[in-house]
Write a protein that binds this ligand. Structure first.
Ligand code: NAP
Ligand code: MG
Length: 399
């Protein structure tokens, strides 16, 4: 069989621990036998980030801007324990944070639904897509511990004029934080959400806490309203979908009662947390895909979960691991399909769709990783737990 050719390389960002193992196997068993894979490889594994003083992360982000499509493996965000474990020069920042900051953009997280896995909220029949703003707020904040004294917010404009506000008069120890966002980033967040909703023909809900954050969150609400009114109202009407703004408390209640099938736009932190909750409620964190879309149409695909550390330690001790590779497979298929679409490479797009179908069909026919077994209920099918590599081989056979 002749392999499918690629014209432009994908930016490939390798990662850490169990997902790094799965990464190799996915390429070996599911992609390279069928595609003449072209990638520009960046090793974002923690050891190499440390060796390059994290330059490799910035270089991979620059390459993504150049080529337009990247696929990323999960990576460790170091904490104090990791600094010791890997003997790091420094507690390097989150690579995802660095890449998001470089590309700006919005993260869309969508669950992969299966016939046989009923969400913990059984009324959810369709995907709920979380659109997470990927710039600023607490992820770009400065914070410090303080003692007794006065904390102030000081803004100096371009002419040198100062505006001051008292944050708090401390009579003992405490903590303070200063965070920001930019109108530019909020406008692109809004446009990315409206475009995605139109593309998917799904209604868009946007929520903040503007009743409490009367200036900061209110700015988000106003920008969304302005962009909708001026640029999207007619397009939404023509597509038969609605845009709704409401308080985050209200959306939480509505989402639980809904049947899914909406794009829920969230500020950075809300999206971080809510996407984990939504993923878990759909059955497994390992079934959640994630794509970062920049305002200039650059795409970076990844799984929403982490490096699955506990499974990795077990794997390293020669133990059995049944780690779910589905979200990582879908990161690859998302990237290959987008690359194919941009390069007008129909064979590549079609391959990506077949790989997705083979993956879902394998599970629906009863072969799956351990995390899905207790969730799986389908008449006439007895779920069988496979180790990670055996599961990938089962998909490969079907493919
Ligand atoms: P995690 O790697 O997502 O794993 C949390 C738990 O969820 C696992 O212990 C496992 O539960 C289950 N799980 C997650 N993915 C799974 C999969 N594919 N198959 C089966 N089970 C899965 O999160 P974490 O333990 O909080 O973080 C581990 C490391 O990942 C950290 O160093 C963190 O910095 C990093 N991280 C990276 C990203 C990213 O790069 N996007 C995102 C999040 C976290 P059981 O052990 O009970 O089976
Ligand atoms: Mg999270």
């Amino acid at each position: 069989m002749e392999k499918i050719k690629m014209t432009t390389p994908l930016v490939e960002m390798d990662g850490d621990e169990m997902t790094r193992i799965l990464w190799q196997w996915i390429k070996e068993l599911l992609i390279e036998p069928f595609v003449d894979l072209k990638t520009e490889y960046y090793d974002l594994g923690l050891k190499h980030r440390d060796e390059t003083e994290d330059r490799v992360t910035l270089e991979s982000a620059a390459a993504t801007k150049k080529y337009g499509v990247a696929v990323k493996c999960a990576t460790i965000t170091p904490n104090a324990q990791r600094v010791e474990e890997y003997n790091l020069k420094k507690m390097w920042k989150s690579p995802n944070g660095t890449i998001r900051a470089a590309l700006d953009g919005t993260v869309f997280r969508a669950p992969i639904l299966l016939d046989g896995v009923t969400p913990y909220i059984p009324t959810w029949k369709k995907p709920i897509v979380i659109a997470r703003h990927a710039y600023g707020d607490i992820y770009k904040a400065v914070d410090m511990k303080v003692g007794a004294g006065k904390a102030e917010l000081v803004y100096t404009d371009e002419t040198g004029k100062e505006t001051r506000m008292t944050v708090h008069e401390f009579d003992g120890a405490g903590v303070i934080m200063g965070m920001h966002n930019t109108d530019k980033s909020i406008y692109s967040f809004a446009r990315a959400c409206f475009n995605y909703a139109l593309d998917m023909k799904m209604p868009l809900w946007f929520s903040t806490k503007d009743t409490i954050s009367k200036v900061y969150d209110h700015r988000f609400k106003d920008i969304f309203a302005e962009v909708y009114e001026n640029e999207y109202k007619e397009k939404f009407a023509a597509a038969g979908i609605e845009y709704m703004y409401t308080l985050i408390d209200d959306v939480v209640a509505r989402i639980v009662r809904s049947e899914g099938g909406v794009v829920w736009a969230c500020k950075n932190y809300d999206g971080d947390v809510m996407s984990d909750m939504v993923a878990t409620a759909y059955g497994s964190l390992a079934m959640m895909t994630s794509v970062l879309v920049s305002p200039d149409g650059i795409y970076e695909y990844e799984a929403a979960h982490g490096t699955v550390t506990r499974h990795y330690y077990r794997y390293m001790q020669g133990g059995e691991t049944s780690t779910n590779p589905v979200a990582t497979i879908f990161a690859w298929t998302g990237a290959l399909a987008k690359r194919g679409e941009l390069d007008k490479n129909a064979a590549l797009v079609s391959f990506a769709k077949r790989l997705e179908k083979a993956t879902i069909d394998t599970i629906e026919a009863g072969e799956m990783t351990g995390d899905l077994v207790p969730l799986f209920q389908k008449e006439g099918v007895t779920p069988k737990k496979l180790e990670s590599r055996a599961f990938l081989q089962a998909i490969a056979e079907r493919l």
